[in-house]
Design a protein around this ligand. Sequence first.
Ligand SMILES: [Ca+2]
Ligand SMILES: [Ca+2]
Length: 156
Amino acid sequence: MLPLIAFLVQAAASASPSPVPQPPATILVEPAAAFLAACDADADALTTRAERDAGVARAFAPAEAAAGERGVGYIAYAEWARRWLGDANALPGPYEVDADGDNRITAAELERRFTALFDRYDMNKDGALTRAELVTVRARPPGEEDGRGRERGRRR
Ligand SMILES: [Ca+2]
Ligand SMILES: [Ca+2]
């Protein structure tokens, strides 16, 4: 027992305290932004419109193939979202994607929604998304909003 205590005391003494405290998580990535970053097929850290369209088509094709017809229902869309956006309830959700309200999500509807999201993220409107455009910087972590947050521009 004694050697263990001695070791622990030594370990505590040698553990240097971090010079700066862990900063709160103020840089966030929305699920749609993470998806668009993953569309960067040529790995130049920029997502172009062409990469976006190819990425959406590539990600959605298996879901549509599994459905065996054009478009997928909301339940299949939730499965798609769980896989590609990280959560079944992540945005964009089925109601906002299903533009014609026929309870099916088509590839064209998904591409249109991601086109709108792309344009929202593309702050300088140059047709390519940088990683800086895809993160959301907050003055405070979520849940600590005080109404004076510096959340950067745009968003919904
Ligand atoms: Ca790229
Ligand atoms: Ca539809």
